[in-house]
Design a binder for this molecule. Sequence first.
Ligand SMILES: *Cc1c(COP(=O)(O)O)cnc(C)c1O
Length: 394
Amino acid sequence: MAEKRKPNPRTLLVHEGARRSQYNEMSEAIFLTQGFVYASAEDAQARFEDCPEDAFIYARYGNPTVAMFQDRMAALEGAEAAFATASGMAAVSGALMSALRAGDHVVAARALFGSCLYILEEILPRYGVEVTFVDGADITAWRSALRDNTKVVFFESLSNPTLELVDIQAVSQMAHDVGAIVMVDNVFATPIYSRAIDLGADVVIYSTTKHVDGQGRALGGIILGSETFIRKTVEPYMKHTGGAISPFNAWVMLKGLETMDLRVRAQTTSAQLIAESLVGHAAVQDVLYPGLSSHSQYDLCQQQMGAGGTVVSFTLKGGKAAAFEFMNNLEFIKISNNLGDAKSIITHPATTTHQRLPDDQKALLGIVPGLMRLSVGLEDPSDLIAEIKSALPK
Ligand SMILES: *Cc1c(COP(=O)(O)O)cnc(C)c1O
């Protein structure tokens, strides 16, 4: 027999991980069950003693639909194993809490999703974990923050909302030199443009609420990493603290994966066109999109992601008034705060997602009153560009 050829990501996204029941259904089944029936008392005892691969006990521990989703994501990411969670935040908190204990030190990039910042700034210190924040784009800042007791390094590979990249390879190397685990929140980079594990990251985390679902229907998250880290560190913690994903939501994600490659690439192509169309516009001060050749991190973006991604951020000259005028003039582009959705979404970070931050922190992160974050959807890009142009303040 010919040697088996490794399928490409698009093929994996359609087929990998499928488990068919005795009915041989075409579309993956939703096993909406909390438990599983054992053939005998002995079988129940054996299952609890040493649950074999692909056997299940209780949906908080694992479920066939959830397993299909985990296997498909792990194959795409090039990770040995995965644990799916109820939301992106269940994944972030589970990865951090399971890996850390009192006395450990964490180095994290300062530009983080609000709830990630809350965990690092408010929750971890309560349990004796010390956290140092650095400017993620500044390699020397990472180097001087790392210590012998640094256990975890945590960052968003492409930051929200100013779209700054962290050099995964350089930071991973430095972190590994002090024996730290590198955890990457890879939501903005998307699973399609992710090479995080190849570049040296140990753990990759997604809110699958974003590009994986891609249609704004359900919450979900996933932690990907080595077999040992997922099985020995993450799984016991998640199993006993209850952050499991619902089998129904895992199924939504599984079906989302089938179209994710096409969606994310089309959204990225449109995002690039929109970013280019905004450069030099009279109402626009600055376009923050790493896919633009004028962007200071363009080369790193090409190496690390190969494309700029599905989100375009830009600042308007007239501050908050101009931002609100622009948003209120939009029609197809909805005012909301999700991203990676088939529907384009506009967000004003300063008054919504990052409202909680004090002004000095906002300034440090570049969250100025005129900053807009546009998650580009699947609409025809020429319609989006026409709408944006007509909505921009004159
Ligand atoms: C949305 C998001 C999260 C949290 O995910 P939920 O599914 O909303 O819990 C974490 N990190 C980043 C970068 C996100 O965009």
